[in-house]
Design a protein around this ligand. Structure first.
Ligand code: OSB
Ligand code: MG
Length: 369
């Protein structure tokens, strides 16, 4: 396969409601789409980075620049030997920049699979036709608004609720949700690194609420802290930001820093590394689930396929398109019985809607190869 043209298309799409986390608030989903055109196919992927380096050190402009100046030249140097399975090795000399590497590898994988007629699910090893959907609920100004939002998501059929937390918005919202909706709903929290180990006693106050897990309470480089915390609190510790490779996953498991892993393909450099994390975790009896970064249908399609692998035993942040957007870039993913259907068409199995893409495009860079 030989790349002929790569387009970097920046889009900015309004969210149906602002989404607040411990690190910031978003009103739109701004992302770069990578469109790879090859001699016999094309591929699409979506960058998970955000406009500012607040979730991780990567951000959209950095990802675009790294792709253009450092990643793409290493791939075009391979000429027509290029295939998705060579991308990781070819890009390994470039340190870090997992999200930039992931979007490029994913677009090439999509092109590869479209030309061979294979779906992402078939290629990755999906064993399910549909996957259970959870929903991530942002930090709000008051408990009443939170209860309304959670009630609405439960009415829609979401099978698991994740509350974003931060110091000052943790015990009380969890207590309120348990009091209103009972002990039977599956409930978990995500701190996005907002605490330190000195908060261990405080976080132990979440123990009585029988949470499925607490996600990334401590800074991303504090593996030892998570291991210590896991000994103090009874809520299972799940890592998100800390895990950027299968080696990280193996180390965190061995050190007792987590008993569950949130797998986000973008954070770990792509779907091939994500599958390795799935395998490492499975070998240790550690369950995984598929995280999200407010993806459009383009990124969501591949995530839903990954979430159909056998060790993805917990509901993911794989919500329906309507949870994020009034109008998605593809046909919307719809919640049916609390599940999303795994696409079966070639590649990611969904098509970009050209008129919608035009409407939300803010800039475009075309790189002939
Ligand atoms: O930590 O999982 C996270 C969104 C943006 C950045 C980080 C995270 C999130 C979410 C939303 O929790 C998940 C989603 O529904 O896509
Ligand atoms: Mg998270």
């Amino acid at each position: 396969m030989k790349i002929e043209v790569v387009e970097l298309i920046r889009v900015d799409i309004p969210l149906v409601a602002p989404f607040r986390t411990s690190f910031g608030e978003s009103h739109t989903r701004e992302t770069t789409l990578v469109h790879v055109v090859t001699s016999d196919s094309e591929g699409w992927a979506e960058c998970a980075a955000e406009p500012e380096p607040l979730y991780s050190s990567e951000f959209l402009d950095s990802s675009d620049l790294v792709i253009i100046d450092h990643l793409l030249p290493r791939l075009t140097a391979l000429g027509d030997r290029l295939g998705a399975e060579l991308v990781g090795t070819a890009l390994a000399p470039v340190k870090g920049h997992q999200m930039a590497k992931a979007v490029l590898e994913t677009a090439i994988l999509d092109a590869d699979l479209r030309s061979s007629g294979l779906s992402f699910g078939r290629y990755l090893g999906a064993v399910k036709e549909r996957v259970p959907a959870g929903v991530s609920v942002g930090i709000m100004n008051e408990i009443g608004a939170l209860l309304d939002a959670v009630g609405d998501y439960l009415d829609q059929g979401y099978l698991r609720i994740k509350l974003k937390i931060e110091p000052g918005w943790d015990i009380e919202p969890v207590r309120a949700v348990r009091e209103r909706f009972g002990d039977d709903i599956t409930l978990q929290v995500d701190a996005n690194t907002a605490y330190t180990l000195a908060d261990a006693r405080h976080l132990a106050r979440l123990d009585p609420f029988d949470l499925l897990l607490i996600e990334q309470p401590l800074p991303e480089d504090d593996i030892r802290g998570h291991a210590e915390l896991a000994k103090i609190i009874s809520t299972p510790v799940c890592l998100d930001e800390s895990i950027t490779s299968a080696r990280d996953a193996a180390a965190a498991i061995a050190l007792g820093a987590c008993s569950i892993i949130n797998v986000k393909p973008a954070r770990v450099g792509g779907y091939l590394e994500a599958r390795r994390i799935h395998d490492v975790a499975a070998a240790h009896g550690v369950p995984v689930w598929c995280g999200g970064m407010l993806e459009t249908g383009i990124g969501r399609a591949a995530n839903v396929a990954l979430a159909a692998l056998p060790n993805f035993v917990l509901p993911g942040d794989t919500s329906a398109s309507s949870r994020y957007f009034a109008q998605d870039l593809t046909e919307p993913f719809v919640l049916q019985d609390g599940h999303l259907t795994v696409p079966t068409g070639p590649g990611i199995g969904v098509a970009v809607l050209p008129d919608v893409l035009d409407e939300y495009t803010t800039s475009k860079i075309e790189i002939p190869c």
